[in-house]
Design a protein around this ligand. Structure first.
Ligand code: HEC
Ligand code: HEC
Length: 153
């Protein structure tokens, strides 16, 4: 009984990875236009400041494409991402180039998904959050908002 209460309290005290990750109110328009056209404008809390810096410093060669914004926008986006970055210690190593989908935290949160789903033509890639999280653009990542019926439990 006591340990159950403790677990509940710990759960409430550790909101580090919640199912609601809306973009912060100070999100610059440039982040959505420059970083949300090819994929989801990812929640900044899902990478550390160091990993966002590495990402922003290598946009000339970004996963086989070129994603370099104009200098003023780039500066604004980089500052925003670092302001709202998550803690590297909690997220885990994101690899090189940094990927949210490579962090230990992401892997843990998705470890019940059968391997075949990551190669499902409906999904294509772990980076394609919206293929499963229908309301990812609104920051909603709860199990109730999963597009693939087999994954909804
Ligand atoms: C021209 C298209 C394009 C633009 C613009 C773009 N990206 Fe990407 N990005 C990609 C591609 C392609 C991938 C790899 C997707 C995959 O593996 O399925 C990717 C992957 C990523 C990943 C890793 C996703 C993961 O966890 O696996 C991050 C982080 C990222 N982009 C951040 C950004 C940021 C920040 C910006 C804005 C400065 C940006 N991207 C703009 C094309 C783009
Ligand atoms: C193959 C489908 C799929 C893809 C692609 C996917 N997810 Fe998930 N995600 C899930 C499922 C299923 C869960 C577990 C939902 C649950 O039971 O709470 C989950 C859980 C989560 C959670 C935790 C929610 C909670 O309740 O704590 C977050 C945050 C999340 N995903 C973010 C992302 C992000 C960001 C991306 C893209 C970089 C992504 N996911 C890509 C299927 C997916």
């Amino acid at each position: 009984m006591k340990s159950l209460l403790l677990l509940t309290l710990l759960g409430l005290a550790l909101p580090a990875w919640a199912d609601r990750l809306p973009l912060p109110s100070d999100t610059p328009a440039s982040f959505k236009s420059e970083c949300g056209s090819c994929h989801l404008a990812y929640p900044p809390a899902l990478l550390s400041a160091a990993d966002w810096r590495r990402t922003m410093n290598s946009l000339g060669e970004h996963f086989g494409t070129e994603a370099e914004p104009a200098p003023a926008q780039k500066k604004e986006i980089a500052a925003f991402l670092e302001r709202h970055a998550g803690q590297g210690g909690k997220l885990g190593n994101a690899g090189e180039p940094p990927r949210i989908s490579k962090t230990a935290r992401f892997v843990r949160k998705h470890d019940e998904i059968p391997a075949r789903f990551w190669h499902d033509p409906r999904i294509k890639s772990a980076a394609n959050c919206e293929a499963c999280h229908t309301h990812a653009a609104d920051g909603r990542f709860s199990e109730h908002d999963i597009a693939i019926p087999e994954l909804r439990e």
